[in-house]
Design a protein around this ligand. Structure first.
Ligand SMILES: C[S@@+](CC[C@H](N)C(=O)[O-])C[C@H]1O[C@@H](n2cnc3c(N)ncnc32)[C@H](O)[C@@H]1O
Length: 312
């Protein structure tokens, strides 16, 4: 967590819901409106393979979304609103019943932080939560993160897809667009791989705060420009980027396809992530319609990532 100036003292109510992949972001958004410092934990049933190669999601474990609500005079009102919100979300997807658990005040620090361990992704990237020690191996590219409420701890398959592409694609000396930058994890990773410059676009002001903080932590503020706003409105469709990264939900990707395709220089790759398999065909069609060609697709459980190139 970032910016925890004061912590309420009356204890916490932890609320948890299990949801399908498509509903997770909406549930997390709902919880974040009432959670302390808008913090939400998403536990993806994702397991890292020992050989570091393949991604795998454990289908026997559901996705869990949880948050800590302060035990204050607004609690019952907030629970009511969450219950209403969950009811609406159940009309659209699979969202389980809300579970609650009392948490004493002293659980707070650990409850947040125990979820985030030092994690190796691919051969070289190591995600280090800012409160954990890590001694790097010679080739490691360490990304120090304080995820706060922003998406992007490296633990989510959609982020991992992008990190693996970043390890494989030519990045050195290039100019990148990170559309939907969240915590800034991909922008920082790109700079660690030798990118010359990244434009990091993020719509959510709370995420932008975490993003700036993480750029500071990694001392890359001079090479990453933060642009707050909707990617469709703030990105130049003639941007001439050498690589476009977009880990955003399908609806936004589809809407932003002309902008993102235009932003890539002719022949440049676009990495699309955040796509659930049910929406893959629509996302693909949207990008093909604006002159992009599929090069490769990777799948992990319900999630798919597409590597496309803009026509030369
Ligand atoms: C799935 S997260 C990805 C975060 C990070 N890039 C990663 O790979 O882990 C998607 C991010 O896109 C942001 N976002 C959603 N719609 C957007 C839009 N129209 N323009 C810019 N950012 C957007 C969200 O606020 C969220 O932080």
């Amino acid at each position: 967590m970032t910016d925890q100036e004061t912590t309420p003292n009356a204890g916490w109510l932890e609320v948890t819901v299990e949801a399908d992949a498509e509903s997770v972001e909406a549930v997390a958004d709902l919880f974040s409106r009432y959670a302390y410092n808008q913090g939400v934990v998403i536990e993806e049933p994702f397991v890292q393979q020992p050989d570091g190669e393949d991604l795998a999601v454990d289908p026997t474990r559901p996705v869990r979304v949880s948050a800590y609500l302060p035990r204050d005079e607004r609690l019952s009102d907030h629970l009511q609103r969450i219950a209403e919100g969950l009811w609406h979300l159940r009309q659209l997807g699979t969202v389980g019943e809300m579970q609650t658990a009392e948490r004493p005040e002293e659980d707070w620090a650990n409850a947040w932080k125990e979820h985030f361990q030092v994690t190796r992704i691919g051969r070289r990237f190591v995600i280090r939560p800012s409160w954990r020690e890590y001694t790097p191996e010679p080739d490691d590219l360490v990304i120090t993160l304080d995820p706060g409420m922003a998406f992007g701890t490296g633990l989510h398959p959609t982020t991992e897809f992008c990190l693996r592409w970043l390890e494989e694609l030519p990045v050195e000396g290039k100019t990148l667009l990170d559309a939907g930058a969240g915590s800034g994890i991909l922008s920082i990773a790109a700079i660690a791989r030798g990118a010359a410059h990244v434009d990091a676009v993020e719509i959510d002001p709370v995420a932008v705060k975490a993003l700036r903080h993480n750029l500071d932590l990694n001392q890359v503020t001079d090479r990453v420009r933060v642009i707050q706003g909707d990617v469709v409105e703030v990105v130049e469709p003639s941007g001439g980027y050498d690589l476009v990264l977009a880990n955003i939900i399908s609806n936004v990707l589809i809407r932003a396809a002309p902008t993102l395709a235009g932003a890539a220089r002719p022949g440049a790759p676009l990495v699309l992530s955040g796509v659930i398999t049910q929406r893959e065909a629509e996302v693909l069609a949207a990008f093909e319609a604006v002159g992009c060609t599929l090069q490769e697709r990777r799948v992990a459980g319900d999630w798919v990532s597409l590597l496309m190139t803009r026509e030369a």
